[in-house]
Design a protein around this ligand. Structure first.
Ligand SMILES: *Cc1c(COP(=O)(O)O)cnc(C)c1O
Length: 376
């Protein structure tokens, strides 16, 4: 059977080369006589795997030396609690502000309320008129000039890419310009991590569950500036205290060794592709192809405000949603998998992560053209 095109939102497509390398190394990693799954995390083999993964990631994203790269567990969902437990105590005020732009940022906001005085800095939860056009809730992004950031907030949280709604925001402001120079920006980058560069002069912390764009489920990447750690609340579990995890080189407890190994192979694959700038160019090409096709069609519809359309997750609708089941069945028969939209949004969603090549997007567009000819 030919390998299908996988548009899953997560866990999602991994590069075939990575899977094949892992298969070759499954029972005997580099002559060690062991699978990576069977090794002591403190032995020389796994230490090397961890060190290379950290170094490759630092190189790929040009992570400055004053940022720690941590491998943790619990996914981005656990970070919704781990972030406030680590950061909210840093200046004594016990406050944090959240920008709400869709499902994931709302979950982060809700969880944080257990740990302090949490306020909404801005929200796209209402319909809006932008440049004369109407946009529904969670299909646009509040402009930074409208954010209300408390100058004594311990941090400001936002979700860089709303995986469900398909809203991506990367024009991160200089917090001094918003009257809050001491408030670091914390970004949930789960679903666009490694799809584009990150400006580390604009963020204090970025976190990402690996299973969208960086590897398998089970490992969460945390990149945090060193002055932000060491302030964990007393209730913070020791294993989730960034200071402990950093001091132990992500081995305060047994790390998810196999997931780190596979993520490390993805990092090496990305370097072979030419790095993040090269993959970003491909991601732009893929997203432009699909969005321009959707914009030209009267059969398919998109809802997200143009400037914040996600390159990674493209929700779209058939004008006649009675055709949804037939669309999905025919797509699957053509090897175009996991296109069903999230239940809270409906319709379809094509996730175009790094491991989905341009040919996959072309295959999707030609199927969509054919389907339109058949039913339009
Ligand atoms: C998937 C996702 C999460 C949740 O990740 P888990 O690994 O399931 O905890 C959080 N934020 C964003 C943006 C996501 O895409």
């Amino acid at each position: 059977m030919a390998r299908p095109w996988n548009f899953s939102a997560g866990p999602s497509a991994l590069p075939l080369e990575v899977l094949e390398q892992a298969a070759r190394e499954m029972t005997n990693w580099h002559g060690s006589g062991m699978s990576v799954m069977e090794m002591s995390h403190r032995g020389k083999h796994f230490t090397q795997i961890r060190d290379e993964a950290v170094a490759d990631l630092r190189e790929l994203l040009s992570v400055p030396e004053n940022f720690h790269i941590l491998f943790m567990q619990g996914g981005a969902t656990a970070e919704n609690a781990i972030v406030p437990m680590n950061l909210i105590g840093r200046n004594g005020a016990g406050k944090a502000d959240y920008v709400l732009s869709g499902s994931w940022s709302n979950k982060s906001y809700k969880e944080a309320q257990r740990y302090g005085d949490i306020a909404v800095a801005a929200s796209s939860g209402a319909a809006a008129e932008i440049d004369g056009a109407q946009y529904g809730p969670w299909t646009w992004f509040p402009a930074p000039e409208t954010w209300r950031v408390r100058s004594d907030a311990a941090y400001l949280h936002l979700c860089g890419n709303e995986t469900i709604g398909g809203v991506e925001f990367t024009d991160w402001p200089d917090m001094a310009g918003l009257g809050a120079p001491d408030v670091p920006l914390v970004v949930d980058a789960s679903s666009h991590f490694l799809s584009r560069p990150i400006d580390f002069t604009r963020v204090g912390m970025v976190y990402a569950g690996a299973q969208k764009n960086a590897g398998p489920a089970g490992v969460t990447v945390v990149i945090v500036r060193d002055d932000l750690i060491g302030h964990a609340l007393p209730i913070c579990p020791s294993a989730f205290d960034y200071a402990n995890v950093a001091a132990a080189g992500s081995m305060f407890n047994t790390p998810p060794t196999y997931a780190i190994y596979i993520a490390g192979l993805v990092f090496k694959w990305l370097k072979r592709q030419g790095g993040v700038a090269a993959i970003e160019a491909q991601n732009i090409r893929k997203a432009e192809a699909l969005y321009s096709f959707l914009d030209a069609s009267n059969f398919y519809i998109t809802a997200v405000h143009g400037p914040v359309r996600s390159r990674m997750n493209v929700p779209f609708f058939l004008k006649d949603d009675a055709l949804n089941a037939e669309f999905l069945a025919q797509a699957e028969a053509r090897g175009l998998m996991q296109l069903k939209g999230h239940k809270s949004v409906g319709g379809m969603r094509a996730s175009l992560y790094n491991a989905v090549p341009f040919e996959g997007v072309q295959a999707l567009i030609s199927f969509m053209q054919e389907f339109e000819r058949q039913y339009g």
